[in-house]
Ligand binder design. Sequence first.
Ligand code: DGY
Length: 324
Amino acid sequence: MKPKIYITRKLPEQIIDGLRGKYDIRMWEEEEIPVPREVLEEEVKEVDGLLCLLTENIDESLIDRADHLKIIANMAVGYNNIDIHSAAKRGIMVTNTPGVLTETTADLTFGLLLATARRMMEAEAYLKRGKWETWSPMQLTGQDVHGATLGIIGLGRIGEALAKRAKGFDMKLVYFNRSRKYEQEKEWDIEYLPLEKLLQVSDFVCVMLPLTPETAYMIGMKQLKMMKETAVLINTARGGIIDEKALYQALQDREIWAAGLDVFEEEPVPVDHPLLALPNVVTLPHIGSASIATRLKMAALAVQNLTEGLAGDTPRNLIKLKKA
Ligand code: DGY
């Protein structure tokens, strides 16, 4: 009997073509609609391998239904949607897709930083609504990016790729990370600072961390108040790292100048979310890794991990539990 695989979203045929002969594949055939929970709960009962997206909540109750499951291959670098501890208890491997999306996500992050600093979305709306009647000295003026201080919270792969881009804009670089990154400090001339100090000195603060119990709500009102009144906060990592209620208040009260958000505590973010109504917030629908080439690479890597695990090998991107 062929091993059974369930894929939770329609993937391009070129990605799954190679799997057809060897595996019994079932796939949720929609591209824009996530698999309903009740469908997933039924599907996991029989499968050996699950390829899922960050939109699926792979929690303990789902894992408990999956009697034959050997591997969960997430098509994302972040895996906060998966209860890795429950999976480990059941001997189920979990994999992610690091590396292939680093540069694309850093591009988007820097683009969002520029767009927020220079009020690009606001300016476009101004023009398209017919408000542009003349050129005037202080019209739609923003913050300079070149020469400013960029604080990177989380100097992992994407944080480092962001530092590389910022160098080209003559930015002064500082970072905060759980552990010091001595090699990167030398390579990018980036200075380690405790979080509080980073928040105080940075003109731009970029959140580049995974969402874990330790990083949840790491940026709340206390931290926002430490930032400069002219500072811009960018988040392309995960929504739950910033307390959105506090962020809304801080933006309203002009504790900080603006924010650029690609990620939200609840996704899709409700259209009536208060943050969306603020002119000094630029919002995107979680598109950090959304280039055609990168999404294809992520899908292919998730498939590779899945097949390696099902073949009894150690998948290349196996997630290992951190020792307490
Ligand atoms: C990830 O991979 O974790 C991103 O959020 C989506 O590419």
